[in-house]
Design a protein around this ligand. Structure first.
Ligand SMILES: Nc1ncnc2c1ncn2[C@@H]1O[C@H](COP(=O)(O)OP(=O)(O)OP(=O)(O)O)[C@@H](O)[C@H]1O
Ligand SMILES: [Mg+2]
Length: 403
């Protein structure tokens, strides 16, 4: 039997010549049992000559519900890859407990891990394909190692290539593929043994934003249609926003915040989380207004507000409701609506002229309407009006010819 090791992971997890039967490999079918559970997990690298010991992970608690997509995000060196290597048994925790599908794997032997790994698929940042094998043969490899017969391999690999949209590339070699296509092969290969959970360590970090989006959409489909639980490790906030249901933020080996993606993004509590989500949710005061913002109201100034509207409020006509309530116009200065975990979350910068009386009324109205908002200061009214005039495009631009 050939022994092939990709980053020490695809070891020959079965020497059997029988097709894979995972029914007995799933010890617990109870949906309430998490796919992954880390309880006060620590990992300390031992001191070496000239190097002190180093704690890569401290007291990590993490739960990945079956069928969910959970993301772990953190800066470089935070301990993300270490965490994933504990979950797939490539490293041993130095404290705490790790459970996979209800089974305590903290002290599992290497032989024991071979069984457990049948339920784990892994995809990598740099794809880890074998350059001398075609796309088909790369995807078939884990099945060959498991001793699955050729007819079953053919039908499973063809199905997987169709799933990842690469049926026409089956006989191509990795060097003939784009980065996104290589990652699709990596995903098909990871799914070949029908894992219950997919671990993704920076799976899109080597890809451009558009290819990243298509890979994230594929992973989401795999989760929703095949029911595969996914644990994603990343330093890219769009991956969390577009893919995950839940998120844990890790810094210096500790989970500093966790929760549903929507809750964490819309009300981050830890400064590190706030820095990460700022890229997605923040709306800055435009430069032409910023220099003019004052803390005190002038006689003719407008009150500048940043209004957040969440969930059911996100699509409600905030400006028209404010305008109606105040009986005065409200200027939109900047704004955006993002889909976070498939729910709308919007931020709008508005200037309410005629403050303080109208501004005070606007604040009261926002409180009554239940919007979250911040008072950013005051801006001279004429400045906002000058800058926010409509463009006044001609109805038919000069370069368009109407027949
Ligand atoms: N085998 C090892 N021996 C000693 N220290 C290690 C070892 N592996 C990792 N570390 C240290 O543990 C810390 C966490 O490393 P890890 O690879 O988990 O970070 P990461 O969050 O994945 O970073 P990146 O985003 O750059 O991949 C780092 O400071 C790293 O130097
Ligand atoms: Mg890493």
């Amino acid at each position: 039997m050939t022994t092939l090791v990709f980053e020490g992971f695809y070891e020959p997890f079965s020497a059997s010549a029988e097709p894979i039967d995972r029914t007995d490999a799933l010890p617990v079918q109870d949906v309430d049992v998490p796919a992954v559970r880390l309880h006060e997990v620590g990992k300390t690298w031992r001191a070496r000559p000239g190097q002190p010991s180093f704690s890569a992970l401290t007291d990590v608690d993490l739960e990945v519900r079956k069928g969910s997509i959970v993301g772990v995000i953190g800066p470089s060196g935070a301990g993300k890859s270490t965490l994933v290597r504990l979950v797939n048994g490539l490293e041993k925790a130095t404290s705490g407990r790790i459970e996979l599908f209800g089974e305590d794997v903290t002290e599992l032997s290497e032989t024991g891990w071979r069984d457990v790994r049948r339920r784990i698929g892994m995809i990598f940042q740099h794809f880890n394909l074998l350059s001398s094998r075609t796309v088909f043969d790369n995807v078939a490899l884990p099945l060959e190692i498991a001793g699955v017969d050729r007819a079953a391999i053919r039908s499973r690999v063809e199905g997987l290539l169709e799933l990842v949209g690469l049926s026409d590339k089956a006989e191509r070699y990795p060097a003939e593929l784009s980065g996104g296509q290589k990652q699709r092969v990596g995903i098909a290969r990871a799914l070949s043994t029908e894992p219950a959970i997919l671990l993704c360590d920076e799976a899109t970090s080597a890809l451009d934003p558009e290819t990243t989006r298509s890979i994230l959409a594929l992973l989401k489909r795999i989760n929703r249609e095949l029911g595969v639980t996914i644990l994603v490790i990343t330093h890219e906030i769009p991956v969390i926003k577009d893919l995950c249901d839940e998120v844990a933020v890790i810094e210096n080996g500790r989970i500093v915040e966790s929760g549903s993606v929507f809750d964490v993004f819309t009300a981050p509590k830890h400064p590190t989380t706030a820095r990460f989500v700022e890229d997605v949710t923040s709306v800055d005061i435009p430069s032409y207004v910023r220099d003019r913002v004052t803390a005190e109201a002038g006689p003719e100034s407008s009150l500048l507000l940043r209004i957040r509207f969440v969930g059911e409020h996100a699509t409600s006509p905030v400006v028209s409701r404010l305008t109606t309530t105040l009986g005065a116009d409200v200027n939109i200065v900047a704004g955006k609506i993002e889909a976070i975990a498939d729910r709308p979350f919007g931020t709008l910068l508005v200037a309410v002229p005629g403050s303080p009386p109208t501004g005070d009324a606007a604040i009261a109205a926002l409180l009554t309407l239940g919007f979250r908002f911040e008072i950013l200061g005051y801006v001279p009214a004429e400045r906002i009006e000058t800058e926010c005039k409509p463009f006044g495009f001609p109805l038919v631009p000069e370069n368009v010819h109407v027949a």
